[in-house]
Write a protein that binds this ligand. Sequence first.
Ligand code: ZN
Length: 294
Amino acid sequence: MTDVTTDFQHILYEAPADHVARIVLNRPNARNAQDTKLLYELNAAFDRAAQDDNVKVVILAANGKDFSAGHDVHEDPRKVDMSPYDVVGTWCGFGCAGAEGQMAREKEIYIGFSERWRNFAKPTIAAVHGKCIAGGLMLVWPCDIIIASEDALFMDNTVNMGLAGAEFFNHPWELGVRKAKELLFTSGWWTAAEAHRLGMVNHVVPVDKLQEFSLELAKRIATQPLFALKCVKEAVNAAQDAAGRTSAMQVQFALHQLGHAHNMQVYGLLVDPTSSVAKLSKSVTYATKKEGSA
Ligand code: ZN
C-alpha cells in the first residue's frame, strides 16, 4: 500500500489501488476523537481526493481499537485558535461570545463538514469497526456505502447530554423514524447486525476481512466511468433531498443550538452535567472526559 501522506498529523492518505484513495483516521491513542485539527485534515484529504482526477473512489477507515469516540471534548471550543485553518464556510464569527460563537463553530466544522462530505462528488465507502459514537456517525453517514465489521457498535448519546441529537441529523434517514426515536430517547447502542437490518449498513463482514472487503468493492466501483458515477450519486442524493432531508436537518440544527444555549444558561456549560456521561467526568469543563460528543 502506498502511503502518500506528507503533511497530516491525525490522518493518513493512501493509494491502495489504481483509482482508489484511502483516508484513515490516525489518532488511535485518543480513540480517533475529532479535534479541530483532525477535522480540517480530514477535509483537506477529501479535497485532495476530489482534485486528483486519477481518484474515482474514496475509502474512509480508521486505525486503532475504535472508529471514532466522537468529537474531542477535551478541546475547549472557546479557546480554539482558528487562524491556522482554511475555513470553508461563510458564517464565521468563531470568536464571538455565547451562542453566536458556538453556532459558528458547529456550523463550520460539524454540520458544515459533514454536509460537505455528503456532497463529495465521487463515491465514498466507510469501513467501520469498533465503537462509533455520536460525532463518529457524522463521519460515517456522509459516505455513500457503509461496510461494518461484526464488532462495530453505534451510539448517539447526545440526548443524555441534554441535546437534540448529534449535529448532522441523518438519523431518521439512516434508521427509520421509529428506531431513530427509540435509539435517541434511550441513548442506546445498536450493533452492526441491527444497523444492517435497518438499512444503515450495506454489508457486515468479519473483523479481519473489513479492509480487504472494502478495497475490493472500491476497485469494482472504480472500473466504472467516473462521470457516470458522479452523476448517479448526485441523482440519488437529489432524491433524498427532494424528500426534505436538508430542510429537516436545518430544523434540528437550530434545536441542537437551543440545547447548548439552554445548558449554558442553566448550568454554565454546553451540556447537562447531570447526565450519566457527564457524571463520569472528574471535572466537567466543556463536556465530559469520557466518550461522547457535543
Ligand atoms: Zn453541538
